[in-house]
Design a protein around this ligand. Structure first.
Ligand code: SF4
Length: 458
C-alpha cells in the first residue's frame, strides 16, 4: 500500500531531543569525549575588553573550527552554513535547535587578534597531546620526523623576481608577516639561496619544484610523531627548504621534552635528516639513536678508491689506506695543539708524497695528485653509529614504522582536504597546521579509545 503523501506543515510543538538524535557511533560524539575547553575562557580573558557588547563565545568558535578540520570543511563560510543545518554539528557546538551560528567574519577577526595573541591554537593542539598521554597511547620510546609540502594560497601565475620588486603600496598582512620572519631560521634565514620567484600575495611562501612536476608556492608542515600509535606530539610550520625542516626537527624535539617530558631513545627519519651536523646533534648532544640513512657524498664513481676503502683507527686517530700506509691529520707536533677543523666541520687526513709516489695502487687512488687526501667530519663518530644501526634488525622495523608519518600526511591532504592552505602568511600556515594536527589527534583518540559503558546504577 502506498504511504500517505508528505505535506509540508508547521507544527507548533515538537518532542525532539538533540542528544538522542546524534547516533552513539557518530565521529563527533566520539571526539567530544576528549574536547576539554573550559580553560579557554580563562586564557582569553586578558584579551577581551571589560566593557562593550558581549562577544561570541570563544568555545563555540573553537568547536566550530574543530568540526571544520575534523570533517574536511575548508571554508569558514560553508562551515557556518553546515553548522546551521547539521544537527550533529549543533549538538557538538552546544547550540541546541535554535542557537545562533556566528557570522563567518567573526573567525577572521578573532584569528588575527585574540587567538594569535594568546597562542590559543598551539595550546589547543598541546591539550590533545596531553589527552593522548593520559589515555596511554603515547609510548615515548621512538619518534618519527618528516615534513610535507602544502601549497600556499598564492597563484603560480604571479610572481616577482625578488622581494625588492614587491609593491610596497599594496603591502598586506602577509607581506608584513614576511618581513617579520626574514631573520627567522624557519623562514627567511633558512637558506641564503634566493627563491626564483616571490609571490606578491604571500611572499613568505617558497617557490619550489621539490615535489617533482610544476613548481608552485608552498609551506612545509613538519610533524614529530610517536611510533606506537602515530600520535602527533609536535607540529611546526616552515618554509619549503630542507635546512628549515632539519631545524624544525631540532626545535620540535627540544620543545617536546620541555613541554611534555618526552625524550625518545631513537629518532626515525629519511635521508634529508642524515647530514653530519644533524646526526652529531642527535648522538653527541641529545643521546638519541639515529635510525636515519647517512647523507654521504664520499662515494666516488670514477673507479678510484672511495673513503669507505680506507680504515679509520679510532685509538690512533688515523686512516689506513689499501696499500697499508697511514693517513694522518697532522704529522708535526705543535706547541699549541691545533684542531684543524674548517668552517664546514671537516678535517683533512693526508698520506705522504713518499708513500704514494712509490705505490703500485696510485693509479686507482690519486692518479692526478702527488698524495691522497681524505676529509673527515667532526661528526663522523655519529655517522658511523648511524651506519652501524642501519645494519640491524631494529632499523628494518624503524623503516617500516616511518610509513606512519607518510600515512598521516596522506590523510591530511586527501581526507581532511588540506592539500592547499586557505590562510596566508607564516601565521596562517601555523594556525592551519595546529588545527589540523589537533583534529588528527582527536580522530585518533576517537578511533582508539572505546566509549566506556555507563556505570551501573542501583
Ligand atoms: S696511493 Fe697512497 S694512499 Fe693510495 S693506496 Fe697507495 S700509499 Fe695508500
Amino acid at each position: 500500500m502506498m504511504g500517505e503523501r508528505q505535506v509540508r506543515q508547521e507544527a507548533l510543538f515538537y518532542g525532539f531531543s538533540l542528544e538522542e538524535h546524534v547516533p552513539a557511533d557518530h565521529l563527533l560524539r566520539a571526539i567530544d569525549r576528549f574536547v576539554e575547553l573550559s580553560d579557554i575562557r580563562r586564557q582569553l580573558e586578558p584579551f577581551y575588553s571589560a566593557i562593550g557588547r558581549p562577544s561570541v563565545d570563544p568555545e563555540l568558535m573553537i568547536r566550530m573550527l574543530l568540526i571544520g578540520y575534523c570533517c574536511g570543511i575548508r571554508s569558514e563560510r560553508r562551515l557556518c552554513e553546515e553548522v546551521h543545518l547539521n544537527l550533529a554539528y549543533r549538538w557538538f557546538c552546544r547550540l541546541g535547535l535554535d542557537g545562533r551560528v556566528p557570522d563567518h567574519s567573526t573567525f577572521s577577526k578573532n584569528r588575527h587578534g585574540r587567538f594569535r595573541d594568546s597562542d590559543l591554537l598551539r595550546r589547543l593542539f598541546e591539550a590533545t597531546v596531553r589527552c593522548c598521554m593520559a589515555e596511554g597511547i603515547v609510548g615515548g620510546e621512538g619518534f618519527v620526523v618528516d615534513a610535507s609540502m602544502i601549497r600556499a594560497d598564492a597563484s603560480r601565475q604571479k610572481g616577482a623576481a625578488s622581494a625588492a620588486d614587491l609593491n610596497p603600496e599594496g603591502a598586506s598582512r602577509a607581506v608584513d608577516e614576511y618581513l617579520a620572519v626574514l631573520d627567522d631560521a624557519a623562514f627567511g634565514a633558512a637558506t641564503e639561496v634566493p627563491p626564483k620567484f616571490v609571490s606578491p600575495t604571500d611572499p613568505a611562501a617558497r617557490w619550489t619544484a621539490a615535489a617533482g612536476g610544476l613548481a608552485y608556492y608552498a609551506y612545509c608542515d613538519n610533524y614529530l610523531i610517536d611510533v606506537e600509535h602515530a600520535v602527533i606530539v609536535d607540529v611546526e610550520a616552515t618554509t619549503a627548504v630542507r635546512q628549515a625542516e632539519v631545524g624544525a626537527a631540532q626545535t620540535m624535539l627540544t620543545r617536546t621534552a620541555e613541554t611534555f617530558g618526552l625524550w625518545p631513545e631513537r629518532l626515525i627519519a629519511d635521508t634529508g635528516y642524515g647530514s653530519a651536523a644533524m646526526l652529531g646533534w642527535l648522538v653527541d648532544e641529545q643521546g638519541i639513536e639515529p635510525h636515519i640513512p647517512v647523507f654521504d657524498k664520499s662515494q666516488r664513481t670514477d673507479g678510484t678508491f672511495s673513503r669507505i676503502d680506507f680504515t679509520y683507527d679510532n685509538e690512533r686517530d688515523l686512516y689506513i689506506c689499501p696499500g697499508w700506509k697511514e693517513l694522518l691529520h697532522y704529522r708535526r707536533q705543535f706547541a699549541q695543539p691545533r684542531l684543524g677543523v674548517d668552517a664546514e666541520g671537516l678535517m683533512r687526513y693526508r698520506a705522504t708524497k713518499h708513500d704514494c709516489g712509490g705505490c703500485a695502487l696510485k693509479p686507482r687512488c690519486c692518479p692526478k695528485h702527488p698524495a691522497r687526501k681524505l676529509l673527515r667530519s667532526i661528526h663522523e663518530g655519529a655517522r658511523d653509529m648511524a651506519r652501524d644501526i642501519a645494519k640491524t634488525e631494529e632499523y628494518a622495523v624503524s623503516r617500516r614504522q616511518r610509513k606512519k608519518v607518510e600515512m598521516l600526511f596522506a590523510h591530511l591532504k586527501r581526507i581532511l582536504g588540506l592539500s592547499r592552505l586557505r590562510l596566508r602568511g607564516p601565521n596562517g600556515a601555523r594556525d592551519e597546521f595546529h588545527l589540523a594536527a589537533a583534529a588528527q589527534n582527536l580522530r585518533k583518540l576517537a578511533k582508539l579509545i572505546p566509549v566506556r559503558a555507563p556505570a551501573p546504577t542501583g
